[in-house]
Design a protein around this ligand. Structure first.
Ligand code: CTP
Length: 231
């Protein structure tokens, strides 16, 4: 049985007790993927960010995260056991640096004062690249990238190589709030497929899982051939 680990939804990075930096990801796509994979009999674990979404399937093991640091901890616990990682979470690229004199930002509330205020931010770690660098043979890692349409394929390819992935789903920026999804699936050798225009997120889930299953069986076949030539 394929053990699939999916991450989905936004991260919230606390600024103080009541505020955070977040993004508009709903997590809907990752939840659809988890439900469809579970329907196919895959063993699914979903790491889900702060969103009202939830899986319909009761078979999906769901763990909630809020911050990038929470997700980093959950990934280091769950990624070693999976066969396939699909990283659909919209992970923050930057998070607030707590002021030096504050021990726990979530116990204080920043007061309003006249004039400007500046937030200091630090880059978050690249969780997918970090997980991919520890990947064992046989594991398949899939990333997502939201890119401007004009540079979609070039930027997607560069991201796939930089993060050390097997597959990358590239979407144009206007996918963000759209009901449907138009996607290109990239591998290190180039474009594998493109969805037939904009398709529903449920149809996309099936399309992507079919490609993942095909890639896993290609990899298994290549492994068997390599083993037989070694003999
Ligand atoms: N990702 C991650 N950790 C981060 C940022 C992104 O694991 N700190 C993952 C996302 O879950 C996604 C992939 O990396 O699967 C691409 O995310 P994206 O935001 O498009 O890429 P970035 O690395 O942020 O690159 P850029 O800002 O140049 O677009």
């Amino acid at each position: 049985m394929t053990r699939l680990l999916i991450t989905a939804g936004p991260t919230h990075e606390p600024i103080d007790a009541v505020r955070y930096l977040g993004n508009r990801s709903s997590g809907r796509l990752g939840v659809k993927l988890a439900d469809e994979a579970s329907r196919r009999g895959w063993d699914v674990t979903l790491l889900l960010g702060p969103t009202p979404m939830a899986c319909e399937s009761t078979q999906v093991a769901t763990h909630r995260f809020r911050t990038t640091a929470d997700l980093q901890g959950l990934l280091s616990e769950h990624a070693p056991q999976c066969d396939v990682l699909v990283m659909a979470a919209a992970v923050a690229d930057y998070r607030p640096i707590p002021p030096a004199d504050v021990e726990d930002v979530e116990r204080v509330k920043i007061r309003r004062t006249p004039g400007r205020m500046t937030l200091d931010l630090e880059a978050t770690p690249d969780l997918l690249a970090e997980a991919a660098s520890k990947r064992r043979p046989g594991q398949l890692f899939v990333g997502f990238a939201l890119e401007p349409a004009a540079t979609l394929l070039d930027s997607g390819k560069a991201k796939l190589v930089r993060k050390g992935l097997d597959l990358l789903v590239a979407n144009p920026l206007d996918t963000m709030d759209a009901a449907g999804i138009h996607a290109w699936l990239l591998a290190p050798a180039g474009v594998i497929d493109e969805t037939p225009g904009s398709i529903s997120k449920a149809a996309f889930a099936s399309w992507l899982l079919d490609h993942i299953a095909a890639k896993r069986s290609d990899n298994a076949q290549a492994g068997r051939e390599a083993a037989s030539t070694d003999r």
